[in-house]
Design a protein around this ligand. Structure first.
Ligand SMILES: Cc1cc2nc3c(=O)[nH]c(=O)nc-3n(C[C@H](O)[C@H](O)[C@H](O)COP(=O)(O)OP(=O)(O)OC[C@H]3O[C@@H](n4cnc5c(N)ncnc54)[C@H](O)[C@@H]3O)c2cc1C
Length: 491
């Protein structure tokens, strides 16, 4: 069966009308249709979902259950990457852990395909599906911070901007990513790189507790003391183990006005800049976060950019940065004292919702001349090179202390394209793959959170994989949560 066709069919529209009462949207048509709805099982088989059961779910939940035709259905199924136009059979818009538990139980009892939507930034589109149940956490988006305990509590569907804002208001901070409309959920479960991670570690290193709904529908509060294996697994193992409805993060006292900004050189100087960076970056302090970007900027042209955030005494930062500033002839040097949120939001528009995008990435353990040459020689103005710098505190955590596997990396390189016209899909995907291939010999392992084609979960998780399969086998033996970098449940 063509699942998309189904969802667009008159039957689906009729069912939508039939279901509207449970969503509090009574219409005259609502009582006229009495049918079931077609859906897709975990293994892709056709399923029939009884109207009465869907209605019961909608009545039991505090948030709405939405079918095609519901006024908020299209908004809920639309995720950040415009490449993914998928139509779930139903969307459970959850308002609480109890709602999530009911939705999970509904799916588990029927072997129904499940997608979990946090912030909706999955590059490869794992948070939406055709024909299954989307568990939509977008309304569970509250973040609070406590100055006394220096902890933040975030609901599972919150965005990183809310995490930054809640902490900063109290003069505190934790590691958050570089685009403020990314979700706390997927970001944290996969690792969580950010501009402060050399000092405070990855997001997973700062999770002190979580609330999770596992495949049996049980709501569990987990920590290093409570369900420690599960707590270990969610810190790097992605959404494999359940729906995380809440996170608790460690916060740190923070001076938000800091030395930060970008230095730009023409791309013709990229080799000089990268050769210098390859040596210089190995000896940087934990306070210094600086990494290279190569891109074509409108009205500027092809450039190599160094993004800088210095989380410490500005005078010491100026001194540490001086050698980089002396390289070549920059077009602009905009590193200055400014509020942390300037950098934390300055890519929000460029990475706006609806863009079509494809990305690959790889972990670099050590810079080399070969890597510099490959980046310079393979530069493609249709694409951009981005990065997440690691090292520092990221590297000091033991390889199997969390499920995040790439502790040895100095930097993650991201190769990506963003465009609007679907006619460009094939060309730009092929170009991104070619660029990645040229640099691949200098990288090892990849970040699950930013990859379309990474199907090597076993190899990529390295020594963590066996324990991950055991935890998966214990908490999700039927692999209900499979739309992620999937870990096979141990028998
Ligand atoms: C523009 C952009 C900028 C980015 N910047 C960074 C960055 O600075 N640092 C970084 O480390 N990564 C970054 N990423 C990658 C990012 O970490 C992943 O895309 C991440 O998965 C996004 O999480 P989300 O909740 O928004 O995504 P979603 O699309 O909602 O979900 C992604 C995956 O996580 C699962 N998931 C989400 N929330 C939950 C939950 N609460 N419980 C269980 N499973 C859940 C989903 O099922 C899915 O498998 C960026 C991505 C984009 C598109």
């Amino acid at each position: 069966m063509d699942r998309r066709l189904f969802c667009r069919s008159a039957v689906a529209a009729g069912v939508a009308a039939a279901f509207l009462p449970a969503c509090g949207k009574q219409t005259p048509e609502a009582t006229q249709v009495d049918t079931s709805i077609a859906a897709v099982s975990l293994d892709g088989a056709e399923l029939e979902l009884e109207k009465a059961a869907i209605k019961e779910l909608g009545e039991a939940m505090s948030g709405p259950v939405m079918l095609s035709g519901h006024p908020q259905y299209d908004g809920a199924r639309t995720i950040w990457n415009g490449m993914h136009d998928k139509r779930p059979a139903l969307i459970a818009r959850c308002m609480s852990a109890d709602d999530v538990s009911k939705a999970v139980t509904f799916a588990a009892e029927r072997d129904l395909l499940v997608a979990v939507r946090g912030g909706g930034h999955s590059w490869p589109g794992k948070s939406v599906c055709d024909g299954g149940l989307m568990i939509d956490l977008s309304q569970m988006n509250t973040v609070t911070a406590d100055a006394e305990t220096q902890r933040a509590r975030s609901e599972g569907g919150a965005l990183l901007g809310a995490l930054d804002a809640a902490a900063l208001e109290k003069g505190l901070v934790t590691t958050a990513g570089v685009v403020s409309h990314t979700g706390v959920g997927g970001f944290t479960l996969g690792g969580g790189f950010g501009r402060l991670n050399r000092k405070y570690g990855l997001a997973v290193d700062n999770v002190t507790g979580a609330q999770i709904v596992t495949a049996d529908g049980v709501v569990r509060n987990i920590s290093a003391e409570q369900d420690p294996d599960l707590f270990w697994a969610i810190r790097g193992g992605g959404g494999n183990f359940g729906v995380v409805t809440g996170f608790e993060f460690q916060l740190y006292p923070f001076e938000r006005n800091l030395l930060s900004g970008s230095i730009l050189w023409p791309v013709a100087q990229a080799r000089d800049v990268l050769e210098f960076y390859a040596e210089w970056s190995a000896g940087l302090s934990d306070e210094m976060y600086v990494g290279p970007v190569m891109a074509q900027l409108p009205e500027v042209g092809d450039v190599i950019v160094m993004d800088v955030v210095y989380n410490g005494d500005p005078a010491a930062g100026e001194k540490e940065l001086a050698p980089l500033r002396a390289i070549g002839k920059p077009i602009a040097d905009a590193v200055t004292m400014q509020d942390y949120t300037v950098m934390q939001t300055n890519s929000d528009v460029a990475f706006g919702h609806g863009i079509r995008s494809y990305a690959k990435n790889g972990m670099v353990k050590e810079w080399s001349q070969g890597l510099v040459d490959a980046l310079v020689d393979a530069y493609d103005p249709r694409l951009f090179l981005a990065n997440h710098v690691a090292g520092g505190a990221v590297k000091r955590v033991g390889e199997t202390d969390t499920a995040f596997p790439h502790r040895n990396a100095e930097i993650m390189l991201v190769f990506a394209a963003g465009w609007g016209d679907p006619a460009m899909d094939d060309e730009l995907i092929a170009a991104t793959r070619a660029l990645y291939k040229a640099v691949e010999p200098y990288m090892g392992g990849y970040y699950d959170n930013i990859d379309f084609d990474g199907h090597e979960a076993a190899g990529n998780y390295g020594p963590a994989y066996q324990r991950l399969t055991a935890v998966k086998g214990q908490y999700d033996p039927g692999n209900l949560f499979r739309l992620n970098s999937n870990i096979a449940p141990a028998a």
